[in-house]
Write a protein that binds this ligand. Structure first.
Ligand code: CDP
Ligand code: CDP
Length: 233
């Protein structure tokens, strides 16, 4: 019988947080939760329900009134065994990754009432521990007592290149310049918003994975997990 812990992985956009979090969760038999997918799903809901004005601003009052109608869940795909994001019982996994959602999500995620609703759901998901969650505020707001906190960063060009390659592989081509601009713009909004801005928790371990392969960072994270399990016994 092994003690279960909470693992919080925060950091800048597109640096590989969800890739490493997912890999680790699968290997150690923990639940993986992509908190960014929840902010993306709320954003898609806004796009589909006319909650953006033509200038890109949000109809805040309308969104606030409709927050209770937005139900987000994660379900495992039977074939791939990968978690898929559902919005009101419809699978939106591919649509929430589009550049259009990426370019609208940060203002939505800056709204206090949106964060309050999603943070509450995230905390409920972690009640039993045995969870790996990635995002922006997991170690600084959602799970202040997480036994293992990681903060990931890499250069903006490298992150944009990773996102570009990923979209291209899925057949969703977008220009490298547009992606780079989006990555930098989201970093700026995420770091400067008033509610739970993106920042490294004092007790988080910093990882710059600019020059690391997926396999190397996976190995590194596994080591951090083993140390944290040992320390929390
Ligand atoms: O995968 P990527 O790093 O591009 O972004 P994401 O994790 O899917 O998150 C999308 C956006 O949601 C971020 O740019 C933040 O604005 C917001 N977010 C947040 O505010 N808090 C979180 N815990 C997770 C995401
Ligand atoms: O969750 P986050 O936005 O931080 O990034 P991600 O969606 O996990 O990863 C962005 C892309 O970088 C994925 O296509 C990964 O395959 C790739 N990648 C990586 O995660 N780690 C590296 N060391 C190199 C590439």
């Amino acid at each position: 019988f092994m003690k279960k812990i909470i693992i919080a992985i925060d950091g800048f956009s597109s640096c590989g947080k969800s890739t490493m979090a997912k890999d680790l969760a699968r290997e150690i038999g923990y639940i993986y939760i992509d908190s960014g997918a929840m902010y993306r799903a709320v954003t898609l809901y806004c796009m589909e329900h006319g909650l953006f004005n033509a200038d890109g601003s949000i109809r805040e009052k309308d969104l606030q009134d409709q927050m209770d109608d937005i139900h987000i869940s994660f379900r495992l795909d039977a074939d791939s065994q990968r978690p898929q994001t559902y919005l009101n019982d419809v699978c939106v996994e591919d649509r929430i990754r589009s550049l259009e959602v990426s370019s609208h999500v940060s203002p939505v995620a800056a709204l206090g009432f949106v964060r309050q609703a999603l943070v509450r759901q995230q905390q409920a998901m972690g009640k039993e521990k045995g969870i790996v969650m990635d995002g922006r505020d997991i170690g600084t707001a959602v799970f202040l007592d997480a036994e293992l906190k990681i903060f990931v960063t890499a250069s903006a060009e490298i992150r944009a290149r990773r996102r570009y390659d990923e979209l291209k592989a899925k057949g969703q081509e977008a220009s490298f310049e547009d992606i780079l601009h989006n990555v930098e713009e989201r970093d700026r909004i995420d770091q400067t918003r008033e509610v739970s801005p993106l920042r490294k928790a004092d007790d988080a371990i910093l990882l710059d994975n600019s020059l690391m392969s997926i396999a190397e960072q996976k190995e590194w994270l596994k080591e951090q997990f083993e140390k944290a399990i040992h320390a929390s016994r």
